[in-house]
Design a protein around this ligand. Structure first.
Ligand SMILES: [Fe+2]
Length: 714
């Protein structure tokens, strides 16, 4: 159920009145009906946007039931037009290059201001030439307007004035005499919605068609996304047919589906996935390098039964040498497992202890699949010296748990949902001329649509998670809630996070090495831009829009994240720069590191099983090949895993590399120079990584700047 977010503090709009049943109405729905009713008195019904085909100056009241039921609607939503340069404002720039995409009618020829024209396949249309939204024929191409200013350098949004005035119960709505300003006046900011209680807020959109046009996929991207999904589905069907009469009782049977979409590295994974060395390597440089930490003491949950004194001595020796590491999946403890096609699935919360040898190889020493519990016997510890199938199954449980936390905590929550909070807050709080708006806009491109699609196709009822993943069917929401509760500001900033995990300077930690370099380069870029516009801490402190934006992210979007170290206001330039660096890094490099490895490491399903179909073993001697194959995903689940990891992990054909967006958001030559330096720094890093990778058996490419997308788009 979508609901209005709580709004607090003087910088927020007043609390929304209650709708039927006492439910607070989202602001856009409320404003839509009330503002239209008010304007109708002066403008007449024809200008209140009631017609459905052409969304001109309209703002529609939304049927709350439509979002609840997920019914796909095609109604138009107006959006705010950009504002041109207000004379005398400190944000010296031309009109924002973030034009809205006025809706057009399907099938009608539509022209863009850049000169390109074409036929619109759907209402929300963007130009194939410049990617801007375009107006349908006969409609004046609206340009930005000079905003009203309440003080020098601060743009006031007409929509806010209207909405605020009306919500305060004033009977007089400020008169609108210039129809050219109408869409902006009527366009509400994107509204927040609660996808699930206890999780970050999202944009209020029941499906992608509800999104503002300038937040939508470009036509080329949409077609590619939808066609590859269909191609993947077709491939799954073919594999099901191909394996229909075959066996599924040996590990080699996974070969029967290991064709179609795969990568060079995924082939190496298939060959070496059983090696302890590759198992350990993935904690440092796989698709989830976020869980590993260096031990400073032996974990309390690691209960060593009698007879394991030798293991204890080895662990303590490694601890003394600072070469003992752990990966603890305790977050999964007690999470309800999925039921797929009537069959119960299983989850565990393993702990794995690893040692780093003198050559930098990370090798597992012991695995405890389940934590100790007062209601069950001491859990067995699995060792490399155990029977091979028992040790392999123990490692598979770890890899299954890693799949869950990677996808939910480190991918979905820490990059996708966080990026969406940043995007929605930016669109709600910052005017188009604000330097922080211009800095961030290239890094929130497409994020709202990919996340909306994820909520309707991937983690929804009947979505991919429910069909194939052991945390699907509701467990994933529990995992996300727990993960949000422990999401700290420091954990999103590599210098802090890697220090806290004891990974600074760790040989062979390629993610850590590249992430730190990218953080530095990003920080230099952010500081370069910010120092052009903020000449002192007092300017930062006095920027009400900036402070509102910060509060919106921390307190509203991230659900009181100030309790977890996130700033709720900016007191200095440095504080602002650090936060913005985190924003840009999260939306670019961090997502690249977490997203790009899916195809490499998940295409060979036994290396990272999406689900486990039998409970964890409680003894070592009884583990047989039937146990292993009975635990790993079945054909259908494995095919789905391959399909979705290819769909989401493959390189995007229209990808924009980090820092190489074509739109010129800043016209100031100094800002352009800062961007040029950013690009130069990235090119230098690219060369360093390329040279390093040539020396490596397994090149680490996920943080190569040319492969990092400029925003979260997939
Ligand atoms: Fe992603």
């Amino acid at each position: 159920m979508l609901s209005a977010s709580p709004r607090r503090g003087p910088l927020h709009r007043p609390t929304a009145p209650l709708g039927p049943g006492g439910t607070a109405l989202p602001h856009n729905r409320l404003c839509g009906s009330q503002v239209r009713a008010s304007l109708g008195r002066g403008l007449g019904a024809s200008q209140s946007g009631e017609e459905g085909g052409d969304a001109g100056p309209s703002l529609k009241a939304r049927d709350p039931r439509s979002l609840d039921t997920g019914r796909r609607r095609r109604e138009a939503r107006p959006i705010r037009l950009p504002s041109p340069k207000p004379p005398g404002l400190p944000w010296a720039a031309t009109a924002s290059a973030w034009p809205p995409g006025p809706h057009s009618s399907p099938g009608r020829t539509t022209a863009c201001s850049c000169g390109w024209s074409g036929r619109a396949a759907r209402r929300s249309w963007s130009c194939s030439c410049c990617r801007r939204g375009a107006s349908p024929p006969g409609r004046k191409q609206r340009t930005g307007r000079v905003p009203e200013t309440s003080r020098e350098g601060t743009e006031r949004k007409t929509s806010d004035i209207l909405v605020t005035t009306h919500l305060q119960g004033l009977s007089v709505v400020p008169p609108i005499t210039d129809l050219d300003t109408l869409p902006e006046a009527l366009s509400p900011s994107p509204s927040w919605a609660t996808w699930k209680e206890g999780l970050p807020l999202t944009i209020a959109a029941g499906c992608e068609d509800d999104l503002p046009a300038n937040m939508r996929f470009h036509e080329e991207k949409r077609l590619d996304f939808e066609w590859t999904l269909k191609a993947g589905t077709l491939e799954t069907v073919l594999k099901r047919v191909y394996t229909l009469l075959g066996s599924w009782n040996r590990l080699e049977d996974f070969d029967h589906i290991f064709w179609g979409q795969k990568s060079t590295l995924s082939e190496k994974v298939r060959q070496r996935w059983q090696d302890d060395e590759l198992f350990g390597y993935q904690f440092l440089n796989g698709t989830n390098p976020m869980l590993l930490r260096r031990c400073t003491s032996l974990p309390s949950r690691l209960v060593l039964p009698s007879g394991m004194e030798e293991l204890r001595a080895q662990l303590e020796e490694e601890l003394q040498d600072s070469s003992l590491f752990e990966a603890d999946f305790i977050l999964l403890d007690g999470i309800p497992a999925n039921v797929i096609r009537g069959e119960k699935q299983y989850l565990a919360a393993p702990l794995v202890m690893l040692k780093m040898d003198t050559s930098g190889k990370l090798l597992p020493m012991v695995i405890q699949i389940q934590p100790p519990s007062s209601s069950s016997p001491t859990p067995p510890l699995f060792l490399p010296s155990d029977p091979p199938l028992a040790w392999l199954l123990a490692k598979s449980w770890v890899r299954n748990s890693d799949f869950q936390l990677h996808q939910l905590q480190y991918h979905l929550l820490n990059t996708h949902l966080l990026a969406e909070v940043i995007a929605v807050a930016t669109m709600r709080c910052l005017p188009g001329l604000h330097p922080v708006f211009k800095l961030l806009i290239p890094h929130i491109h497409y994020t709202m649509e990919i996340n909306t699609r994820a909520r309707t196709q991937l983690i929804s009822e009947g979505g991919i998670f429910e069909k194939a993943v052991s945390t699907g069917g509701g467990g994933h929401v529990h995992v996300l809630r727990r993960a949000l509760a422990q999401l700290t500001y420091c954990s999103l900033c590599p210098p802090n996070d890697l220090a806290e995990r004891g990974l600074l300077g760790t040989p062979g930690a390629l993610y850590a090495c590249d992430a730190l370099r990218l953080w530095e380069i990003t920080a230099r870029y952010v500081e370069g831009i910010i120092h052009l516009f903020y000449r002192g801490d007092d300017v930062v402190r006095g920027d009400a829009e900036l402070q509102a934006w910060c509060r919106e992210i921390t307190e509203v979007g991230l659900c009181q994240a100030q309790n977890r170290g996130f700033p709720i206001s900016f007191q200095s330039q440095n504080q602002l720069c650090h936060f913005l660096t985190m924003c840009v890094f999260t939306c670019t490099a961090q997502h690249g590191a977490i997203n790009q490895g899916q195809l490499d490491w998940y295409a060979w399903v036994p290396n990272a099983p999406c689900t486990m179909r039998m409970p964890p073993p409680t003894t070592k001697e009884d583990v047989t090949m039937a146990t292993v194959m009975g635990s790993l995903p079945d054909v259908q689940q494995a095919c789905l895993q391959m399909t979705i990891t290819w769909h989401l992990g493959r390189r995007q054909p229209d990808m924009v590399p980090l820092g190489h967006h074509k739109e010129k958001y800043f016209s100031d030559p100094k800002a352009k120079s800062v961007l040029n330096q950013f690009q130069t720094d990235l090119e230098n890093l690219e060369r360093e990584i390329t040279d390093r990778n040539e020396q490596l058996d397994l090149p680490y490419e996920y943080l190569k700047p040319s492969l990092i997308e400029n925003s979260v788009t997939i």
